[in-house]
Design a protein around this ligand. Structure first.
Ligand code: ADP
Ligand code: MG
Length: 345
């Protein structure tokens, strides 16, 4: 079956049929507007993201299930980065006429699986035909008490710069998919990566099925220990750069402190130059970068452990406005590329 056989309203009904009732949703999909009930005293956090075929994903790399998950994950990550509790999402789809209905069904299943994992209810959206590829737009709403929301603007000189999880995995997977980098078969990654990639390849999973740090973001915010926070979607340098700009500070980042995953280390061990740029400027990690007092180092590490993830201090906030990366011997590291930026080739 294709989309033409069910039409716009048939498709909306199929999506609506999969959505379970949820606390805080007074009126969900089906009316002119959704009605929701935020918890008393909470402020509303709202964010929106677009995913465009050919820009953010390729249908031959991104299977519909994980594409559905990722479409919501990137938005949930924005709420996590403010320390918010994700609650409601709107899903807008522009779909090519020839897209199989099964693709949309599987996409929706994926979207709703991630929604359930993070306590998000799908409350509406918009559906239309696209003449030029698949376009997904997700708006998310979350909530948090006014005093607990963490902004980009609170970093202070002397704070440590932290990151959750590991950096560079998704960027490495993309390099391998695009054939810009090849690693020997013995490194545990198929050399002809696009064709022989395995569905559960850990690097590829980081790219195709990122895990938003919802619990960690919320717990960090509620602990009162962090001064600024952001999610890393465009690479640590670019995203810490946003913190630096809004906080009117700079930073020093130490390359040997960057947390790298075992699959990352395995895959790059035979490369002539260690690809630090993937961990510093590669996009789509969806980890958290945040700043906190050095005295709170242990409290933060412990807190993150209770969320089941590791976090590492990777640098220090400086008064000087520039951001510098240092190698282990104390020399400046110059990036071969900068983070991803739409419109700039
Ligand atoms: P209107 O014409 O009033 O904008 P629509 O026909 O676009 O209404 O949508 C009808 C209902 O279906 C609304 O509740 C809308 O939020 C919901 N909806 C439309 N598209 C989607 C979608 N892709 N996912 C979830 N809900 C959707
Ligand atoms: Mg509409």
């Amino acid at each position: 079956m294709n989309l033409g056989e069910v039409g716009e309203f048939g498709l909306i009904s199929r999506i609506a049929a999969r959505v379970a009732p949820s606390e805080g949703v007074v009126t969900g999909i089906g009316d002119d507007a959704a009605v929701t009930a935020p918890a008393p005293g909470m402020q509303l956090l709202t964010s929106t993201d677009m995913l465009l075929e050919g820009v953010h994903f390729r249908r031959d790399w991104h299977d519909p299930y994980r594409l559905g998950r990722k479409s919501l994950a990137v938005s949930v990550s924005d709420i996590a980065a403010m320390g918010g509790i994700p609650r409601w999402a709107l899903l807008s789809l522009a779909l090519p006429n020839d897209l199989p209905l099964a693709f949309v069904d599987t996409f929706t299943r994926g979207f709703l699986s991630l929604a359930e994992e993070h306590g998000v209810a799908l409350i509406g959206g918009d559906t239309c035909a696209s003449r030029n590829g698949l376009i997904v737009s997700v708006t998310i709403m979350g909530e948090q008490a006014p005093g607990l929301i963490v902004r980009r603007s609170g970093a202070r000189p002397g704070d440590e710069i932290w990151v959750s999880g590991t950096l560079g995995d998704a960027a490495l997977a993309l390099e391998l998919l695009e054939g810009r980098l090849t690693v020997p078969r013995s490194a545990g990654t198929p050399s002809n990566y696009p064709e022989n990639r395995e569905e559960n390849d850990p690097l590829l999973s980081r790219l195709l099925d990122p895990v938003p740090r919802t619990r960690a973001g919320r717990m960090l915010a509620e602990s009162g220990l962090v001064s600024a926070m952001i999610d890393i979607s465009d690479g640590l340098l670019a995203d810490f750069g946003h913190i630096a700009e809004l906080s009117a500070v700079g930073g020093s980042i130490f390359l040997d402190a960057l947390p790298l995953s075992p699959p990352f280390r395995d895959a790059v061990q035979h490369l002539p130059d260690f690809p630090y740029h993937l961990a510093l400027a590669g996009g789509e990690d969806y980890e958290l970068a945040f700043t906190a007092l050095p005295a709170d180092r242990k409290k933060i590490a412990d807190l993150m452990k209770t969320c089941g993830i590791d976090a590492a201090p990777v640098g220090i906030v400086t008064t000087q406005p520039d951001i510098t990366a240092f190698t282990a011997d104390g020399t400046h590291y110059h990036l071969p590329t900068s983070g991803f930026n739409h419109f700039i080739p």
